[in-house]
Design a protein around this ligand. Structure first.
Ligand SMILES: [Zn+2]
Length: 323
């Protein structure tokens, strides 16, 4: 069990990482939700034409289900939905899963997990282990693609000693995202996101120019891997489409937070969105496009294996993970 102090520290870190609502007196929360149970399976291979997609489990954490987790719906409705789905009304179980694209000789990693900065340490930051279990070494990765700069997506790029974890990789980041988070002016203007800005600096300051690829989303960045701007969750949030053999996998990063809430109610807004209106518009555009297809969809905070289908319901969508 987590000690109370450790719990409060983890809550503070998550709050400033943008994973929790800002401006809430989290210190008043004394509940201890216990550690999430990790799945025994840490990676999942999925064939997509000539390409293989491998879901890589990073871990899970439990966040208070506070009345501001969903910012624009009555708390009673949120709790009623949780109850109807058999979920806790006290906490949200937030899972983290990145993806590896194996295409010919290419090894392309989509997001990197919490690395060594997550809390609780026991149940976060396992993506590298999952990658090894799937049969790959960090040096095998030639490309890392980042959806956005929240700590749960970038921290695995660099360990606490300052070493870059994927030494042979080019790291592709949206130029807009990089510019926002590396701006000292933006950092000063958002004191409640200070920790998140610090994590970005910890990861990217001193990254060799030969490693960093700042680019404008809307282009093919590796064979069969297409970037699509989906700004809103963060200023440069970018989603990806992997296409092969007439099939498509959409990796949508944080465009939909936990699907139990935000796929069923795409109109609901999560506290961690920096521009919730823009995020909502992108989410609706995406869902309208994908609803008519049998495309595979993956989300970083979807329950493991975090890849599957979005099945239209009378109200919103249900995420159906691959069996
Ligand atoms: Zn995230």
């Amino acid at each position: 069990m987590m000690k109370r102090r450790q719990f409060l520290n983890s809550v503070a870190a998550l709050a400033s990482a943008g994973l929790l609502p800002n401006g809430v007196a989290w210190a008043q929360s004394t509940a201890n939700f216990g550690l999430p149970t990790l799945p025994s399976e840490r990676f999942r291979r999925v064939r997509l034409g000539d390409i293989e997609i491998i879901a890589l489990y990073d871990g899970a954490t439990r966040l208070p289900l506070h009345e501001r987790y969903v910012t624009n719906a009555p708390f009673a409705d949120v709790k009623a939905l949780a109850t109807s789905l058999g979920l806790s009304t006290d906490y949200v179980e937030l899972t983290f899963t990145g993806f590896l694209v194996v295409a010919g000789s290419r090894r392309i990693l989509l997001d990197t997990g919490l690395g060594e900065v997550g809390t609780p340490r026991e149940t976060t930051g396992h993506l590298l282990d999952s990658l090894r279990q799937a049969g790959f070494a960090p040096g095998d990765i030639d490309t890392v693609v980042i959806t956005h700069f929240h700590a749960d997506h970038i921290s695995g790029l660099r360990n606490r000693s300052g070493d870059f974890v994927y030494p042979n990789a080019k790291v592709w980041v949206s130029d807009r995202e990089y510019t926002y988070w590396m701006s000292d002016e933006q950092m000063k203007a958002s004191p409640d996101r200070k920790w998140a800005f610090e994590q970005v600096r910890r990861v990217f300051t001193g990254m060799p120019e030969s490693m960093l690829r700042r680019y404008t989303p809307g282009q093919e960045i590796a064979p069969g891997v297409f970037s699509i701007p989906a700004y809103g969750h963060t200023p440069g949030h970018t989603i990806y489409e992997v296409r092969s053999g007439g099939r498509t996998f959409h990796y949508i990063g944080d465009m939909i937070n936990v699907p139990a809430f935000f796929a069923r109610h795409p109109e609901w807004m999560v506290a961690s969105d920096i521009d919730p209106e823009a995020s909502l518009a992108e989410r609706q555009k995406f869902l309208a496009r994908v609803a008519k297809t049998t495309d595979l969809v993956g989300g970083f905070h979807f329950p493991f294996p975090a890849i599957g289908h979005l099945r239209p319901l009378e109200q919103g969508f249900e995420f159906v993970p691959l069996a």
